[in-house]
Design a protein around this ligand. Sequence first.
Ligand code: NAP
Length: 320
Amino acid sequence: MKAIRVRKFGGPEELRLEEVPEPRPGAGQVAVRVRAAGVNPYETYIRAGSYASLPELPYTPGSDGAGTVHAVGEGVSSVRPGDRVYLAGSLSGTYAEYALALETQVHPLPARLSFAQGAALWVPYGAAYHALVHQGGARPGETVLVHGASGGVGCAAVQLARALGLTVLGTAGTPAGRELALAQGARAVFDHSSPGHFGELERAAGGRGFDLVLEMLANVNLGGDLKLLARGGRVVVIGSRGEAVIDPRDLMGRRGSIRAFTLWALAPEEEREIHAYVGAGLASGALTPAVGREFPLAEAAAAQAAVMARGAAGKIVLTA
Ligand code: NAP
């Protein structure tokens, strides 16, 4: 089978399409014919060798994917060959024609969703739900700012927050990104590349401030976010690419707090809750992943360059 392999940490050119043996499922494992794989920013940090935890070389990147069950190992009872599924992590990497996964990493993909949409589920919706509910303590009736609403996590966060009964404001750096965030259910969307956007957000929050801010680029925005908080407001850091300067007094007067997380430290019960909520939202139609650009598997380098570029408009996926 064909798979992307990384033999040394470095630039996107280290992502090479190679011929490797097809994986065979052991006990409790499932082999999935991957039709689409999600491309996430953290996969570029790993490829560059700059992430906190790194895989052994060589490796195949990717933890999001969707396709059909190809074969199941001994003891697997929840899926059968031919079933449409999405992956929430894998043992062998999803930038490949076939991926090996634990039975617990394989989840049903409703017929109304394409494989590309299925590849946009785990990391984006997992991070967004965890940020809103487990970290942010979101409650119906609250107002949330999704600071970076045009990308994979941002679109998922807007949809989830609406489904949970929150009022959502967002930001995006391009007209296409702002339109997309509005289409996901945001009440208003502002341009985070405009120097005046913090003032616009403050006015839009009507003097009360935001109960919750989900932040995709904390090194740029965290200091300003704290000044936007309502009393008891929470900022949840989802993404950051460097250090941030804050004034702790902005938190003190508001009784505000900053939370942060990585998806890789989720408790099993949190993970089960996410899949239950997302599964229900997919079935009811409340949640529908927004796919942006699609690249063939062989163009993984271009796809990873695209996910790090400005101008996001939905999830970037590889198709195989
Ligand atoms: P993505 O699809 O590439 O989207 C990036 C988002 O960041 C876009 O909405 C982009 O908007 C926005 N952005 C760019 N400049 C910004 C600014 N100055 N202020 C606010 N937002 C800005 O990436 P993603 O998958 O949504 O991930 C978003 C971030 O969360 C990444 O840093 C990623 O590493 C992180 N993340 C963390 C976890 C975790 O476990 N903590 C999980 C998933 C993702 P425009 O392109 O429209 O400017």
